[in-house]
Design a protein around this ligand. Structure first.
Ligand SMILES: CC(C)(COP(=O)(O)OP(=O)(O)OC[C@H]1O[C@@H](n2cnc3c(N)ncnc32)[C@H](O)[C@@H]1OP(=O)(O)O)[C@@H](O)C(=O)NCCC(=O)NCCS
Length: 207
């Protein structure tokens, strides 16, 4: 199966409103996040390096500034990607989650990393559930996908816990040192979302 990563040319979407669920909310990245982003990546470098190509070299304040400058968006603006920060009152910055229009028309892909100091406590699962819900609030979006390298077992746990279905795998050049070069693709269809484990997780967190 060939990757259709670039087949979304021209697909722009209006930034979805983010909501919270229980102990977590997701908000758009903002200018004041530069020091928090830099600090979180620096603390997480060894954890990110196997999987995130941009973590291969030492992360600098300038890299954080560039990302934030490119991503700082206003509500209502049309974009091809949007970066959200999972957070709560205690922790203003728990990681970075993206919605990307790069997997074809009518589909958004979710990408993520979590600050190593807050892993294994459900941040990625709940934040990805919130982003899935947000993606389906965009008119015309009927599929949400999560892609990861086959060797990245931690990443696989997220779509699995949310009830995404595996739709296939494709070969691609490894981009980061932990990758074996087989990309596994998971999909949630709009029609399946309301009864999914992810939607149930959100409902339970909001009870
Ligand atoms: C992948 C990542 C985002 C998961 O974040 P997280 O907040 O720890 O994930 P969660 O706590 O929601 O865990 C969800 C499930 O994923 C799986 N999982 C998470 N971390 C795991 C690990 N280190 N080893 C094996 N499985 C793991 C488990 O099934 C887990 O459910 P469980 O805790 O009930 O067993 C985080 O490990 C990370 O930032 N990794 C580096 C960057 C990266 O690989 N990003 C994805 C690129 S495709």
């Amino acid at each position: 199966m060939m990757s259709d990563r670039d087949s979304s040319e021209g697909f722009q979407f209006a930034l979805p409103e983010m909501q919270s669920a229980g102990w977590l909310r997701c908000r758009l990245i903002e200018e004041s996040d530069v020091p928090r982003l830099f600090e979180a990546v620096t603390a997480s470098q060894a954890h990110l390096r196997p999987w995130m190509p941009w973590a291969a070299t030492d992360y600098t304040q300038e890299m954080a500034e560039e990302l934030v400058a490119a991503q700082t968006r206003r509500g209502g603006e049309l974009v091809t990607e949007a970066i959200y920060i999972p957070c709560n009152d205690e922790h203003p910055f728990l990681g970075c989650f993206g919605l990307h229009a790069r997997v074809g028309k009518g589909a958004l892909e979710i990408g993520y990393w979590v600050d190593v100091r807050y892993t294994r406590r459900g941040v990625a699962t709940l934040a990805a559930a919130l982003l899935t819900e947000a993606a389906f609030s965009v008119p015309g979006v009927d599929r949400v996908e999560i892609h990861h390298d086959e060797a990245n077992h931690a990443s696989a746990g997220v779509p699995q816990r949310l009830g995404y279905a595996i739709i296939g795998s494709c070969q691609r050049e490894p981009e980061a040192p932990g990758e074996v070069g087989v990309e596994r693709q998971w999909r949630m269809r709009g029609q399946d979302w309301p009864s999914s484990a992810g939607a149930q997780l959100l409902a339970k967190a909001r009870d």
